[in-house]
Design a protein around this ligand. Structure first.
Ligand code: SAH
Length: 510
């Protein structure tokens, strides 16, 4: 800490899709000592924060303020005076109904330096993701952003209903869902045509985006029917009719599907990003946790004695990671492996290995131990010393078959997978409320750990309407032994293969 006052960055965090954060905002979050955020800012953005940054949630869900605006102000001033640089994240753009102006004035008053980083406002982005351009030369030449929050009984209102009603502007109301009836009534009373198109877009730009359309005449009823709630943008004007033609976001093949990811969090990102791009809403319920072995001695010893081996065989990305971490920890680098032949099981492991500068000498055709064995069949393994760093509990086919070929196999525990149950309650409640469309299983242990969290007597019922997707035959076999018949089994036993099979499944049902 220094004597200098820290700086506050008033940052627009964008409307929800984490990809809509600006590069400048991202850099700012990465460098901040303190990150202050509220409920409209996507929690994914917090992943950019430094490990030791203080991350403070200040709430604001539909008026239920976790911290009042005054307290937020005090917090910002206080932290800045302690010398911390602060990333103050606000949903959308900080200066569009975000009270960013007031926060800036307050900081100025306290002599705290600040900068403003504009963000993508939901007022434009939510309609855009619903296929509604807020301006269009054939329809309107201007757009208004209006608060929908104003108390309808307020006497000296700043609302100019006659202006809104008579203009051909696109009207974009924020914070207006509760007041929809009133907004509609005022516009109609001031002469706006009943057949003016209207759309409400809830949680725009996120996987749970929901859009309801109608006209000034029908919209109140339709919103009631759809039970659409806050936060939503209300768009009124002829541009809304363009949605029929221009909708894109909610037309993606997995849009609206809520898919559970059971992989360990550290490994989930490729599956999450594949499915998210296709429109799915991924719910991460990790059932396993990858951890260093309880006794790391054997791995260290093998690394120290690496000269005694002829082959190094990897069966997973984790094996690669933990092996190299140990190698580097002992002060060695990849040159220590120069004398070895190296094999790995599948394209992802191969890719990870390549990142360490190593090309696998053999690569099996498919991604199971059996294929690795085939790949070895043309090689003389007699008396070859093989180091096999892998999970504590792993299938025995590979070491057994290599031994049959005459190799001397040394299996060493490079990591352990542990049962992870902290999301058990969330999982059960989602299943009970029918809020899950599909569950993905990426290994036998994800299936068994997943099932171990459900009461056996309830499991069948809870999973009745849930599509189960398995990465390959071995995972499926484990699933069957636990009473689940997978609806989907990947044709190629990789994350990409699993993604493709899920996609094919849903496309064939459309
Ligand atoms: N500064 C924000 C607006 C804050 S006011 C911005 O520029 O987007 C809060 C209102 O914003 C909500 O009531 C809702 O009307 C709107 N809003 C914010 N995020 C939204 C989203 N993802 N989808 C739809 N509306 C959203």
């Amino acid at each position: 800490m220094t004597d200098k006052t820290g700086k506050v960055y008033l940052i627009g965090a964008g409307p929800g899709d984490p990809g809509l954060l600006t590069i400048k905002a991202k850099e700012c979050i990465e460098n901040a000592d303190v990150v202050v955020y509220d409920y409209l800012a996507s929690p994914f953005l917090l992943d950019y924060a430094k490990k030791d940054a203080q991350v403070i949630y200040v709430g604001k869900k539909g008026g239920d303020h976790t911290l009042t605006q005054d307290k937020i102000n005090l917090l910002l001033v206080d932290k800045a005076r302690q010398g911390f640089d602060i990333a103050r994240l606000k949903g959308g753009d900080p200066f569009v109904f975000g009270r960013g102006g007031e926060e800036a004035q307050m900081l100025l008053g306290h002599g705290v330096p600040y900068e403003v980083i504009p963000g993508v406002t939901s007022a434009i982005a939510a309609p855009a993701y619903a296929g509604i351009p807020v301006t269009h030369r054939d329809h309107t030449s201007f757009v208004s952003f209006i608060t929908g929050h104003e108390d309808p009984t307020k006497k000296d209102t700043s609302m100019q209903w006659d202006v809104y009603a008579k203009s051909n502007a696109t009207l974009v109301f924020l914070m207006g869902v509760k007041n929809l009836e009133n907004i509609v009534k005022n516009l109609v009373e001031h002469g706006k045509a009943m057949d003016t198109p209207v759309a409400l877009v809830r949680w725009g730009t996120t996987a749970r985006q929901q859009t309801v359309t109608g006209t000034l005449e029908t919209i109140v009823e339709r919103v009631k029917e759809a039970e659409l709630k806050s936060p939503a943008i209300i768009v009124i004007g002829h541009v809304v009719s363009l949605r029929d033609e221009l909708a894109w976001f909610d037309k993606r093949p997995l849009f609206g599907k809520r898919i559970v990811i059971t992989r360990a969090r550290a490994q989930a990102s490729d599956l999450v990003s594949n499915l998210t791009k296709l429109g799915a809403q991924c719910i991460e319920i990790p059932t396993i946790q990858i951890a260093p072995p309880k006794d790391s001695g054997p791995l260290k010893e093998s690394v120290n004695n690496i000269n005694n081996y002829d082959w190094l065989v990897f069966t997973s990305v984790n094996g690669v990671e933990f092996f190299f971490n140990t190698l580097f920890d002992t002060g060695k680098d990849v040159r220590a492996l120069g004398h070895l032949k190296i094999a790995c099981i599948g394209p992802v492991t191969k890719k990870r290995l390549k990142e360490y500068g190593i090309i696998s000498d053999i690569l099996p055709e498919t991604y199971r131990a059996e294929s690795v064995i085939d790949a070895f069949s043309g090689i003389d393994m007699t008396n070859k010393r093989v180091l096999l760093p892998r999970a504590k509990v792993a299938r025995t086919v590979l070491p057994e078959e290599l031994t049959k070929m005459g190799a001397k196999v040394h299996e060493v525990t490079a990591y352990e997978t542990r049962l992870f149950t902290s999301k058990k309650e969330e999982l059960i409640s989602l299943l009970e409320n029918n809020e899950i469309d599909a569950v993905t299983f990426t290994s036998s242990s994800t299936v068994s750990n997943f099932m171990s969290q459900l009461e056996p007597k309830d499991a069948k019922l809870l999973l009745k309407n849930v599509v189960t997707a398995s990465i390959g035959p071995i995972t499926s076999k484990t699933a069957r032994s636990l009473g689940i018949e997978p609806d989907i089994e990947a044709e190629e036993f990789t994350i990409q293969g699993l993604t493709d099979s899920l996609l094919a499944y849903y496309e064939s049902r459309q």
